[in-house]
Structure formats: structure tokens, C-alpha cells
Design a protein around this ligand. Structure first.
Ligand SMILES: C[S@@+](CC[C@H](N)C(=O)[O-])C[C@H]1O[C@@H](n2cnc3c(N)ncnc32)[C@H](O)[C@@H]1O
Length: 310
């Protein structure tokens, strides 16, 4: 990056990097080495998201300092779970009811988790790539409706609503704090919020009586006990010619991950057996290790795809 043409100069992105680095100096080198190798497209995305966070979502200095602390705390949570997982080979919890009790229904935990996760889309290479995959696979023909399951921080819905301002949105989440955070984030993006139905509840049991042109299910499948049942339920809500964007992870311990995929094949087998065709997909290993060693070395894999009915 030349100093004359430094995209970080006076940017909102630089402000967030600075706040995160002040809260944890170890992050500075890591983030800067990632950011300095990115292209113009990355900077447009990251600056736009940073600007929204700083100027519209978390506008006071205290909220911004808390957001930096939230990101650092979330990274630390993942690191601790990762260290434990490398020793044991299993996730700490295997029951979604425990994740609900310890994470989703605790406003303090869920708020820092969702704010941290939102920021991770700028600083975690795999999250940035998942989001790019999502953006490049948006439906070409304008969809009339979409459903987001596990709306979380609302970033994916913000893109849908910006791209298709008249679309009818249904956003489901089991966590009241996620719904509240998504509402704030979507308002901060100045999208059309008139056509959004927020549904608080477990996707397995929510009462929704319609089918959708497009469904978004980012990083939710690994949060449920019955991943097969979850995908079959999603299928019921998808129109005949509809599409699903889905992402999940294998060997990816977290505070609230309960369904342990060991490799990519377990994911694609599940999709096949629940009646889906994978139109396109992307597998992102977190470590630079040969593919044949991924499972043995418990390498975290992020996986995303576009699905249609078989
Ligand atoms: C890791 S966040 C993912 C947020 C966002 N979709 C993304 O891709 O970054 C998982 C979200 O799914 C929600 N969730 C977990 N289990 C759920 C269920 N059974 N029904 C609805 N939402 C659920 C959580 O509350 C949380 O907001």
C-alpha cells in the first residue's frame, strides 16, 4: 500500500482497526497484514460497513469502544473453544437447548457475539469470502420474497433489501437479542424496513404459512441438533423454482455449535439426502494444510452453497 494512495487514510475502517488494536494490541498486526493485501472491492465493502457501524449503528464513543471489545471477546471465545477442541476432538456442547440457555437467551452474551460477528465479515478472510459468494449468487430475476433463518446481525438481509427494495422479507431468529440487533443494523443501512416481518422463535416450530423465492441460512445448521430435519423444514418453505443460500462449518467449535460435521462430504451428503441439488459451492479451509490432512488435523472448514430442489 503506498502512502499516497492509502485507502485507510482518514477512513472509518482505520478507526475500527485502531479501536480493536487498542483493546488488544495483538490484533493490530493480524488485521493490518490481512487488510493490506486486499483489493479495491474489499475496501469499498469494509469502508461502507465501517461507516454504517460508526455513523449510524454505534454512534457514541462508548458504543464504539464496546464494539471493539465485543470483537476481541468473540475472537477469544473462538480461540478458547479451538484449543479445547484440538485436544478433545469433540464440541464442548452437543445440545441446542444448552446453546439457547447459555448464549441465545442471554442478552449480554448475544449482543457482543452479534456485534463481534458483524465486524468479523471485514477481518476474517473466510467470512469475507462467504459474504462475497452470497453477493455474487443473488437471484438474477427480482425475487418477490425471501426468508432469512438466523438473521443474527442482519448483514445478509441488509444486502437483500438494498438490492431488491420492494422485496417482502421474513427474518426469523430464536434470540430476542439477535432480532433487536438486526432491526438496529437494518435501520442503520437505511433500507426499506416497511416490508420486514420479524419472527422470534425456533425455526423448527415457527408458524409461517408461505413459500419463498429465496432463503438465506447463514451459519445456523451447525447450531441445531437435528441438521437433517432443519434442511427438510427449509425445503418446505422454498418455492418450486426458488434458491437457498446456505453456509455452515465443519470442525468449527464455538460457544453455540452443537452439530459436528467432520468434513465436507458429511455436509454435501446431508444436502443430497434432504432433497437438494447443489448449484454451486465453496469450501474454505481455515489453515493452509493439504486437503488430505484436513479431517485428521481437525482443520476448520467454512462451506457455503446455492441450493435448489432436486
Ligand atoms: C452464528 S449466528 C449467524 C448470523 C448470520 N446469519 C451469519 O451468517 O453471520 C446464528 C444465528 O442463528 C440463530 N439460531 C440458532 N438456532 C436457531 C433456530 N433453531 N431457529 C432460529 N434461529 C436460530 C441464533 O440466535 C443466531 O442469531
Amino acid at each position: 500500500m503506498s502512502t499516497n494512495n492509502n485507502p485507510l487514510l482518514n477512513s472509518n475502517l482505520a478507526k475500527i482497526i485502531d479501536l480493536v488494536s487498542k483493546a488488544n494490541p495483538l490484533q493490530k498486526k493480524k488485521i493490518l497484514s490481512y487488510v493490506s493485501n486486499q483489493d479495491e472491492k474489499y475496501f469499498l465493502f469494509a469502508e461502507n460497513l465501517s461507516k454504517t457501524i460508526i455513523e449510524d449503528f454505534l454512534t457514541t464513543e462508548k458504543e464504539q469502544i464496546d464494539a471493539a471489545a465485543a470483537y476481541n471477546k468473540m475472537c477469544m471465545d473462538f480461540l478458547k473453544e479451538q484449543i479445547r477442541f484440538k485436544k478433545t476432538g469433540v464440541y464442548r456442547i452437543d445440545d441446542a437447548a444448552i446453546a439457547n440457555e447459555e448464549v441465545y437467551s442471554d442478552p449480554l452474551v448475544m449482543r457482543y457475539y452479534m456485534v463481534g460477528l458483524l465486524i468479523s465479515y471485514m477481518f476474517w478472510p473466510n467470512h469475507y469470502q462467504l459474504f462475497q459468494f452470497f453477493k455474487t449468487h443473488l437471484p438474477v430475476n427480482e425475487p418477490k420474497s425471501y426468508l432469512e433463518v438466523g438473521v443474527g446481525h442482519g448483514l445478509f438481509s441488509s444486502t437483500m433489501l438494498k438490492t431488491y427494495p420492494n422485496i417482502q422479507a421474513t427474518c426469523v431468529d430464536i434470540s430476542e437479542t439477535s432480532i433487536k440487533t438486526a432491526k438496529e443494523v437494518l435501520q442503520s443501512f437505511y433500507v426499506n424496513t416497511k416490508n420486514i416481518d420479524y419472527v422470534l422463535g425456533d425455526f423448527f416450530t415457527v408458524d409461517i404459512n408461505k413459500k419463498f423465492d429465496f432463503i438465506i441460512m447463514g451459519e445456523v445448521l451447525e447450531h441445531v441438533n437435528d441438521a437433517y430435519g432443519f434442511m427438510r423444514r427449509a425445503k418446505e418453505f422454498l418455492k418450486e423454482d426458488g434458491r437457498i443460500y446456505m453456509s455452515t462449518a465443519a470442525n468449527s467449535p464455538a460457544l453455540d455449535h452443537v452439530y459436528h460435521f467432520h468434513n465436507e462430504k458429511e455436509i454435501t451428503d446431508l444436502l443430497d439426502q434432504t432433497g437438494f441439488l447443489v448449484e454451486d459451492d465453496l469450501v474454505l479451509p481455515a489453515d493452509d494444510i493439504p486437503k488430505e490432512l484436513w479431517e485428521q488435523e481437525l482443520v476448520t472448514l467454512n462451506y457455503c452453497c446455492i441450493l435448489k430442489h432436486k
